[in-house]
Design a protein around this ligand. Structure first.
Ligand code: PLP
Length: 381
């Protein structure tokens, strides 16, 4: 099998599994207990917090573990809305956010908040000026993703956060796709809140985290036993959190060793073969401000769903839009916002690389994709 769907999820790194296993077997203690095994579980959760904090250059007290990236997005947006509703009602986001943000925004609209959805350029980028124009005195929050999950576009987070702060608004970024792939220093970026997820960086599924600056107070989404310093009640997923910590360490080492550069070279190798050796293929999204492992191409004259089924029969895992929308069959809201023609949207393929992919796999993938495109285009005529 050739796995080119690393934006959907990544394989669990063996070191993460090894670190997790004791907390799924002999040490099953609840970290809130007052006996030795509980103490070990509590220490393991704290250690994972330190590892994630090191990756983001923040204090471990600013890391809160959650059940997913989705939950982190919900906590950030609904938490700010609830705690700041006395100050203002405007929330600004972009048209190309993940559904975890967009559907939360829709919910908040129903609660009487005024939502502004910023347009993006044809490259999938938010302009700082467009945010400047949308900011008003009663804007309480701006939420723009660090990296897009479909086209990999990297937003100017530092500049956007600065402009939001000048207008007195808080700034949240969904960095689920960016984590481990680009440097993320929350102090340098100047963000107040950042959503993260373990399974996109070699950690387990069902664990997320929220970075929350100590300067900011938000209302918790979940009420209960007061775990995670009151922001996220619920017995901690100790094994999952431990796995997230190890994956964060792995990501930090990868960034230090320049793994992202190796990945972008491999990405460019496959992309150039696709563009140069197959007729009428178009790349979607910025080629400079882009995640290292992201390829998103349009194949006019072929249906993405048909190509994906054919690729699956060839044991190649790829995707159409985001993992969520590829099941729904709805046209991608990201490519639509970028203004792509309908046949480019219908024939869009996303191929996302990870640290485990090799050059041999790129050559094999190219041959499979080329033959599938030829077949799918014949079907379409
Ligand atoms: N935000 C972005 C940009 C994503 O790509 C994803 C997952 O695809 C999420 C949020 C949701 O993360 P999780 O799968 O941990 O809920």
């Amino acid at each position: 099998m050739i796995y080119l769907d690393n934006a959907a999820t990544t394989p669990l790194i063996p070191e993460a599994l090894d670190a997790m296993l004791p907390f799924l077997t002999e040490n099953y203690a609840n970290p809130s207990g007052i006996y030795r095994s509980a103490d070990q579980a509590r220490k393991a959760v704290r250690e994972a917090g330190r590892k994630l904090a090191a990756l983001l250059s923040c204090s471990p007290t600013e890391i809160f573990f959650t059940g997913s990236g989705t939950e982190s997005d919900n906590t950030a947006l609904r938490g700010v809305a609830e705690s700041m509703k006395g100050k203002g009602r405007r929330i600004i986001t972009s048209k190309i956010e993940h559904p975890a943000v967009l559907n939360t925004c829709k919910y908040l609209e129903g609660q009487g908040f005024e939502l502004i959805y910023l347009e993006v350029s044809k490259d999938g980028l938010v302009a700082v000026d467009s945010l400047k124009k949308a900011l008003t005195e009663d804007t309480i929050l701006v939420s723009v993703m660090a990296a897009n999950n479909e086209v990999g576009s990297l937003q100017p987070i530092k500049e956007l956060a600065k402009v939001a702060h000048e207008a007195g608004a808080l700034f949240h970024t969904d960095a689920v796709q960016a984590l481990g792939n680009i440097e993320l220093n929350v102090r340098e970026l100047g963000v107040d809140l950042m959503s993260l997820s373990a399974h996109k960086i070699g950690g387990p599924k069902g664990v997320g985290a929220l970075y929350k600056s100590e300067k900011v107070n938000i209302t918790p989404l979940l009420l209960g036993g007061g775990q995670e310093r009151g922001l996220r009640s619920g017995t901690e997923n100790v094994a999952g959190i431990v796995g997230f910590g190890v994956a964060a360490e792995f990501a930090a080492e990868g960034l230090k060793r320049g793994r992202n550069k190796t990945e972008s070279e491999l990405r460019d190798y496959l992309l150039n073969r696709l563009l140069n050796e197959i007729e009428d293929i178009h790349v979607n999204g910025s080629m400079t401000e882009r995640l290292p492992g992201n390829i998103n191409i349009s194949v006019p004259g072929a249906e993405a769903q048909t190509m994906l089924v054919m690729l699956s029969a060839e044991d190649l895992c790829a995707s159409g839009g985001s993992a969520c929308s590829s099941q729904s069959g709805k046209p991608s809201h990201v490519l639509t916002a970028m203004g792509l023609p309908e046949d480019y949207i219908r024939g869009a393929l996303r191929l996302t690389l990870g640290w485990q992919n090799t050059k041999e796999e790129m050559d094999q993938a190219f041959e499979k994709i080329k033959s599938v495109i030829e077949k799918a285009r014949k079907l379409h005529i």
